[in-house]
Every structure is written in structure tokens, then in C-alpha cells.
Write a protein that binds this ligand. Structure first.
Ligand code: SAM
Length: 263
């Protein structure tokens, strides 16, 4: 069984993104922080992805940001991010690299965002997060978005834990409890809200969309779906079907998001 390659992960994230419905809720959550931001605030976005989330935030935020630093290892995402931020009058620093516990940046920020990048902070997210806090201004805010323990992606990883190879990256075993536990251990104050994320599953179980389902399985399990033996692949599909639920005419998977704000 093959662990997912970084290139496949980036491709499967694109498929996942077409069906995930959590970003609207995240956006409202982030915009609610506006009252704590001052004109000309600065942002550090760790694992920024394609930048569509921060673009939507900057578009709607009534307070104007003056600086944006992104740390993002995928060149494909960096190129999309630059396009997405074209047209904003922002000082822009984009580092096409990974963030590590040793990363050094030459400034501090009013707002640090880590949206669904914490699954990559392995083997233990603690030193990554403690390092990120070194770049926070005294009155700044850190906002982290990641799956809660109740999501389909987390439950699937628990169900198949014995079957799947160890040390998979990203790790969808990391969830909001993992982060809250490490913040508690370090006496760091935070607030948690659970936001109602979902994954639209209407299309992926259709016979003609097996390839798409493979991308989603690869994304959730962090293994190449095509490398799964027949029985595991078929059980993965069955488990996803059994975890999905009807909402009106739609079939959904729970992708609830834990929103953790450090203040
Ligand atoms: C699930 S995507 C989320 C992207 C974006 N923040 C969003 O919410 O749409 C995770 C991102 O983390 C990036 N990433 C992976 N390892 C990383 C690391 N060590 N430091 C920073 N970013 C990383 C990936 O390239 C990917 O773009």
C-alpha cells in the first residue's frame, strides 16, 4: 500500500475542494474577528493553499490589511495564490517552502491563520504551533481550522488504522482535541467553536465517478487509492456510504470544523 505522494495530495485536494462546504462557515467565523483588528493589520497564513480563503476574507473584511505573508510548499498552490491576491494593495511575501519548528521570519503579525494545514505538522504539531506563536504580536490572534473528532475523515482513519501504513502524511488523525490538549499543556488561552462543515457526496458514489471517489479516498486516507487491495478499497467505499447521511435530497458526509482562536 502506497502512502500518498505530495503531488497526488495537491491534486486530490482540488477534487475535495469542489465538494466541501465548510469554507463559508469559516469565512463568517474569521470575519467576526474584525472588531479585534486595526487598519493596516498584517497576516501570516501557514499552509496558505491556493489563497481562495484569504482572498474571500480580504474582499469582505471592512478593515484593510496592509501585509500578507504566506508559507506554502506547493508551487502549484503558490501560483494560484498569487493570482488570487492580484488586485489587492498588499505588501506580499510568499515563501514556497514548508513551515517547521525551526522556521524563522523577520516580523510579527496581527493575525496568524492555519486553515487545515495542521495535519501536516508531524509527528507532533506542538513544536510547530509553539514556533508559530513566536511570530504573533502581543495583542494578535491566531486562528486554526481543522476537523473535529466527529468528522467522516477522522472516523475513517480510526476504522482503517490497522490496515493503513503508519506515518502517513498528512495525518487525518490530528483533530481539534489534539490541538486543544497541547494548548492546555502549555497554558495557552483559547476559544473553540465547532462550525458545521459538510462534504457533498451526491456525485462520488455514482458508478461513472469511481475515479473521483478514488481521489477522495486518497485524500481522506493519505494513501494512493489505486494501491489499496480490492477488499480494503471496497470496504472504504462501503464505510463512506454508511457514514453519509441524507439532508433533503442531498447526501452528505460530516466535515465539522473546529475553529480554535488563541488570543
Ligand atoms: C488542506 S490544504 C489547506 C489549504 C488552505 N489553508 C485552505 O484552507 O484551503 C493544506 C496545505 O498545507 C500545505 N502544507 C503541507 N505541509 C506544510 C508545512 N509543513 N508547512 C506549511 N504548509 C504546509 C499544503 O501544501 C496545502 O496547501
Amino acid at each position: 500500500m502506497e502512502r500518498i505522494s505530495f503531488e497526488s495530495y495537491i491534486r486530490s485536494f482540488e477534487v475535495f475542494g469542489q465538494y466541501s462546504e465548510e469554507y463559508g462557515y469559516q469565512l463568517e467565523h474569521l470575519l467576526a474577528l474584525e472588531d479585534n483588528l486595526k487598519e493596516g493589520f498584517s497576516i501570516l497564513d501557514i499552509g496558505a493553499g491556493t489563497g481562495f480563503f484569504v482572498r474571500d476574507f480580504l474582499d469582505r473584511c471592512k478593515i484593510e490589511a496592509s501585509h500578507y505573508t504566506a508559507v506554502e510548499p506547493s508551487i502549484d498552490h503558490v501560483n494560484k495564490l498569487k493570482k488570487n491576491l492580484n488586485g489587492f494593495s498588499l505588501e506580499l511575501d510568499v515563501y514556497n517552502t514548508i513551515f517547521t519548528p525551526e522556521t524563522v521570519l523577520d516580523r510579527k503579525f496581527d493575525l496568524i491563520i492555519m486553515s487545515h494545514s495542521l495535519y501536516w505538522f508531524l509527528p507532533n504539531p506542538e513544536p510547530f504551533i509553539l514556533n508559530a506563536l513566536n511570530f504573533l504580536k502581543n495583542d494578535g490572534r491566531v486562528v486554526m481550522y481543522l476537523q473535529t473528532p466527529y468528522t467522516a475523515s477522522h472516523i475513517l482513519n480510526l476504522l482503517f488504522d490497522k490496515k493503513l501504513p503508519k506515518n502517513r502524511a498528512p495525518s487525518h488523525e490530528i483533530n481539534s482535541w489534539t490541538i486543544m490538549d497541547l494548548l492546555d499543556r502549555n497554558d495557552i488561552n483559547y476559544k473553540i467553536s465547532n462550525l458545521p462543515g459538510t462534504f457533498q457526496a451526491n456525485d462520488i458514489f455514482k458508478k461513472k465517478n469511481q475515479k473521483m471517489l478514488d481521489e477522495v479516498i486518497s485524500f481522506f486516507f493519505a494513501v494512493e487509492a489505486r494501491s489499496l487491495d480490492k477488499k480494503t478499497r471496497s470496504r472504504a467505499e462501503e464505510a463512506m456510504k454508511m457514514l453519509s447521511y441524507k439532508q433533503g435530497d442531498d447526501l452528505k458526509l460530516n466535515m465539522e470544523v473546529g475553529a480554535i482562536t488563541i488570543y
